[in-house]
Design a protein around this ligand. Structure first.
Ligand code: MRU
Length: 357
């Protein structure tokens, strides 16, 4: 069996003209790589969760923008500028909750104008070529930085682990959801390398089953001991003393330390508090959004009822026409978290405001 860490879920082709993703909507049954060559393909790959997980969405957005500009046949610089803003604004709204998409697209825009300024004495043709090179390099740098952050997160999270610990996780904040290694799962990969033999419990994560389809898949491929549970079994495994620590990811952290992550994460935090189990949200520091004061201010994506009633089942599992409420994320209040782990270390959620600089 191929080790999952040998390939990446999001890549830019060497010539910068294709975004290559592993289609996560088909896992674990099929490993199919898609070559995306238009803004629309990138947009739908993100909205349909073919590429998903906050950092991976951000990287896909940056790669998508670079790819589109590498392919765009511009008559002049003005047309190139216009197309850049069109694609950027279009990709910006492909998913609303994970802040990394906005962070990376805004960074690409700063890169664009910086390059344009630096090339102001060149011809339109030369300027466009220069901007393309800069955008492509910036998008690749975003991914490389994410890899470095995941490695630093792995070390920070590992400091909390002991050999043989039971770790409960939710959704997929692993290798598939980032550039490489994962956020919430990277300390687990690291612990495995160190011979700690962690015992992971993965909630299946209804309705899109990122826990069973993706986390169970990638940890199994990496040879890590993983047990799948339905989401409503979390209290049971905790009550039986099988869980020593809870690790989940984050899509956006508000300035007050409230964390938006896959819907159901807050349920684990509430249970962990009840059973006296430490609970950490893990992600890169650019997930902290100081422009969002509290969790109540985070825009929560609502998704189609089909995902609850039909998807991944042979036949519908609810009466036709049933009313469905399907938020993709929920907010874990800061006070329920033991800590937030980023590449800069571990911090109490309540102290976030004090470390802004
Ligand atoms: O809807 P998804 O699958 O994109 O949701 C993903 C999560 O909630 C992850 O836990 C989060 O993005 C962190 S990924 C490192």
């Amino acid at each position: 069996m191929r080790n999952i860490l040998e390939y990446d879920s999001v890549e830019l082709s060497p010539n910068g003209r294709d975004v290559i993703i592993l289609d996560q909507s088909l896992l674990p049954n099929q490993e199919k790589f898609l070559h995306l060559t238009t803004a629309e393909q990138v947009f739908y790959a993100i909205t349909l969760l073919k590429v998903r997980g906050a950092p991976a969405i951000g990287i896909a957005g940056a790669f998508g923008l670079a790819m589109c500009m590498n392919r765009f046949r511009a008559k002049n610089l003005q047309a190139f500028d216009k197309e850049f803003l069109r694609v950027k604004r279009y990709l910006y709204i492909s998913r609303p909750t994970a802040v990394s998409l906005m962070v990376t697209l805004d960074r690409m825009e700063r890169c664009y104008y910086q390059a344009e300024e630096e090339a102001k004495d060149k011809s339109d043709f030369e300027t466009i070529r220069f901007i393309r090179e800069r955008l492509t390099a910036e998008a690749r740098a975003i991914k490389l930085e994410d890899i470095q952050k995941c490695l630093a997160i792995a070390e920070a999270g590992f400091s909390l682990l002991k050999p043989g610990m039971g770790i409960l996780t939710y959704c997929n904040a692993g290798h598939l959801a980032v550039s490489r290694y994962g956020t919430a799962l990277s300390p687990i990969y690291y612990a495995q390398q160190k011979g700690y033999m962690p015992k992971v419990y993965s909630c299946e994560t209804r309705p899109m089953l990122q826990g069973s389809r993706l986390t169970a898949y990638e940890l199994t491929k990496a040879g890590i001991d993983v047990t799948l549970i339905c989401d409503n079994m979390a209290a049971d495994v905790m009550s039986r003393g099988k869980i020593d620590i809870v690790f989940f990811g984050c899509d956006r952290i508000a300035a007050n330390g409230d964390v938006a992550n896959k819907v159901g994460s807050s349920m684990l935090a509430i249970l962990a508090k009840h059973f006296g189990i430490p609970c950490y949200s893990i992600g890169p520091s650019n997930t902290i959004d100081y422009n969002t004061p509290t969790g109540k201010d985070i825009k929560i994506e609502e998704r189609a009822s089909f995902e609850v009633t039909d998807m991944y089942f042979d036949k519908p599992v609810a009466p036709k026409g049933i009313k469905v409420y399907n938020p993709a994320f929920d907010v874990t209040p800061a006070e329920l978290l033991t800590g937030i782990i980023t590449e800069k270390g571990i911090i109490s959620p309540k102290k976030l405001g004090t470390i802004k600089e």
